[in-house]
Design a protein around this ligand. Structure first.
Ligand code: ADE
Length: 222
């Protein structure tokens, strides 16, 4: 899979690219590339934004600047894969969308800044508009990292063999519920022991207990 992130701050991803599951994915042949909006802007002095029509605070990233970045990367035709604009007003990102995106051969993530993109980016250049939650970040970079992280975890081999994304929170294996609790040594800590069932060695009982715990953690469960 290839993920291209279009951003004004490519260096924000330097640290992210060194994280183990990301390096695992890159070693497996997946790609994570940064596309700097300022490198292809058709405007003078690296300008990428402009004041909003109708007035108001803040600056808006111009549609022609995003178009130039996409053309610089993919040529005149639109990218032949999903292009996702990150915006607080978009479709809420969740595990099902992460799994859907992980099945794509390539993705382009558009990270906005300031007041966000000119609406024509969302309508005509992006195929999807995605939000990572109902709050406003100072830019789409962290949102792009969240999406990339959750998608990369789903790629076979990215987590290494001792970890697995199959049975984790919100997965199908757990019927979409949050994950069950985990315990390790010491068996008893300040009067709080580990649930006995986990020491029973009875795998069917442990599995049933974990599923029950998981179901009990669904939001709204008393
Ligand atoms: N950009 C700013 N806030 C955001 C959010 N909550 N989700 C996605 N992109 C954003």
């Amino acid at each position: 899979m290839r993920i291209d992130v279009v951003t004004l701050f490519p260096h924000w991803f330097d640290w992210f690219r060194t994280q183990r599951h990301v390096t695992n994915a890159l070693q497996l042949g997946h790609e994570l590339e940064l596309v700097d909006l300022r490198e292809t802007t058709p405007l003078k002095a690296g300008q990428v934004d402009d004041t909003p029509y109708g007035g108001g605070a803040g600056m808006v990233i111009r549609v022609d600047v995003v178009e130039a970045a996409l053309e610089g990367r993919y040529g005149a035709a639109p990218p032949p894969h999903r292009t996702i604009a990150l915006s607080p007003g978009g479709r809420q990102f969740d595990d099902a969308l992460a799994a859907e995106l992980a099945a794509e051969p390539a993705l382009t993530l558009l990270s906005g800044r300031y007041e966000g993109f000119d609406e024509r980016v969302n309508e005509h250049l992006a195929t999807d508009v995605v939000s990572i939650g109902p709050y406003v970040l100072s830019g789409g970079e962290l949102a792009a990292m969240v999406v990339t992280d959750a998608v990369i975890r789903k790629l076979p081999g990215a987590l290494g063999h001792e970890e697995s994304a199959v049975e984790e929170s919100f997965s199908e294996a757990l019927e979409g519920a949050p994950e069950y609790p985990h315990y390790t040594r010491p068996f008893e800590w300040r009067g709080h022991p580990v649930p006995e069932v986990l020491l029973s060695g009875d795998h069917a009982r442990i599995r049933e207990w974990r599923l029950e715990q998981s179901r009990g953690r669904r939001p709204g469960t008393p």
